[in-house]
Write a protein that binds this ligand. Structure first.
Ligand code: CTP
Ligand code: CA
Length: 224
């Protein structure tokens, strides 16, 4: 695959990228979180800028320097990410959901810090489902808009990926195999990109930028 970085093939396009991991507050000092460094999302944002795109980067809880030339929208929780992504996606050419979005949040937010009462066992934390942002994007997409999801799987990687691609109604799904030492916080990544039509694209282990460029190659081909 050609590296598209120099030919400005996304010039005049607006793309939205989500990155990082959402945090769902339990009380003012605690949260339920997702493991994601934001590195893959930031690599997607940087490479899109290099290819000429206007980039909105919706970033949840990352500890990374702001990439040059992007509109950065910092968010905390899944619901904040949902609002920011749906707003930015309105009229965008492509949306790439690289963020790890919490599937559940505590059902009852406690406005004051939960204390460990002496001797007592802790109360269980009841959870409720968060909205699925990617599925919503798939349902409400504008004409010609390209929607890309990511999936981290530990088992039956491709079968789960196929099912997820169909269920979410996205055009492309980037599937990573994850494990204790794979992917999270690492500079490189390997993936298989599933598409609604055509063969999967296998991306060998390499820099997250290289994977990002393959994603933009596939997006640019669908925008033509
Ligand atoms: N995603 C989302 N909103 C959610 C959960 C996930 O937009 N509430 C997006 C992620 O950003 C990712 C894709 O959906 O691009 C797949 O996320 P994943 O967690 O693999 O899929 P789920 O449908 O949540 O399935 P599960 O966690 O049960 O495997
Ligand atoms: Ca999930």
């Amino acid at each position: 695959l050609a590296r598209g970085g120099l030919d400005g093939d996304l010039t005049g396009r607006h793309v939205v990228v989500s990155a990082g991991g959402t945090r769902e507050p339990i009380d003012p000092v605690r949260f339920i979180g997702n493991r994601s460094s934001g590195l893959q999302g930031y690599a997607l944002a940087r490479t899109a800028v290099a290819r000429g795109a206007r980039v909105t980067l919706v970033a949840a809880n990352v500890a990374l320097p702001d990439p040059a030339g992007v509109d950065l929208v910092p968010v905390g929780s899944a619901e904040e990410m949902r609002k920011a992504v749906l707003e930015a996606a309105d009229g965008a050419d492509a949306v790439v959901m690289a963020a790890a979005v919490a599937d559940f949040r505590p059902a009852d937010y406690r406005g004051s810090k939960i204390k460990k009462a002496s001797g007592a066992e802790p109360e269980p934390i009841r959870l409720t489902k968060n909205a699925d942002i990617l599925a919503e994007l798939g349902q409400r997409r504008g004409t010609g808009q390209v929607i890309v999801g990511f999936a981290a799987e530990t088992d039956d990687v491709l079968a789960n990926g196929r099912e997820k691609l169909a269920r979410k109604g996205c055009d492309l799904l980037v599937v990573n195999q994850v494990g204790e030492s794979l992917t999270f916080g690492q500079a490189d990544n390997a993936a298989t990109i599933l598409a609604t039509e055509g063969d999967p694209t296998v991306v060998p282990r390499g820099a997250k930028e290289a994977l990002a460029d393959v994603v933009w190659d596939l997006v640019a081909a669908r925008l033509k």
